[in-house]
Write a protein that binds this ligand. Structure first.
Ligand SMILES: [Zn+2]
Length: 166
């Protein structure tokens, strides 16, 4: 049984976010669990922002990948606890950054008390993923998708997406 679980994790590892092809579903925290359920293997996924339409495509990708690998499993979409950007792995955040998307800040549940107190609705500084400058402005609260805000760097003049903490 354990081998099935491991085989499913291995088979699903190459699956990436439909919108951000450099980050895997596991790194993004969407692929939550592979477990032995009462009636067989279950793959648990949690959608990111409810506004993101990608989840049905993700479900299809997961099903197709399992099928192609000869693994029988049920895809379980789990809505609670709700997905948070804190589930994104450090590896995943580094990949986002390398892709030119500013990774999300840790939400207040993290260890940074100062950030918790100071947590502003708008005034947070998002460093430019291209040149590292913190001299950036939000140009649109909704970037290429609802999950991202569009920022512009005032130093290198490059626009970039910021993956909003959630
Ligand atoms: Zn810049």
């Amino acid at each position: 049984m354990t081998t099935n679980v491991e085989a499913a994790w291995a088979a699903l590892e190459p699956l990436t976010d439909p919108e951000i092809p450099v980050i895997s579903l596991r790194e993004l925290g969407i692929l939550r669990d592979v477990r032995q359920g009462a009636d067989g293997l279950e793959v648990v996924i949690t959608p990111t922002y409810s506004g993101c339409p990608a989840i049905s495509q993700i479900e299809d990708d997961v099903r197709a990948t399992l099928l192609a690998s000869g693994i029988e499993a049920r895809v379980v979409t789990q809505l609670a606890p709700a997905w948070t950007t804190d589930w994104m792995t450090a590896e995943g955040k580094a990949k986002l950054h390398a892709y030119g998307i500013a990774p999300p800040h840790q939400t207040p549940a993290g260890s940074n008390v100062l950030r918790f107190i100071a947590q502003p609705a708008k005034a947070e500084t998002v460093p430019c993923p291209h040149c590292g400058s913190s001299h950036t402005v939000e140009s649109s609260h909704f970037g290429s998708t609802a999950c991202k805000a569009l920022y512009k760097c005032l130093d290198c003049q490059e626009p970039f997406d910021y993956f909003k903490p959630y």
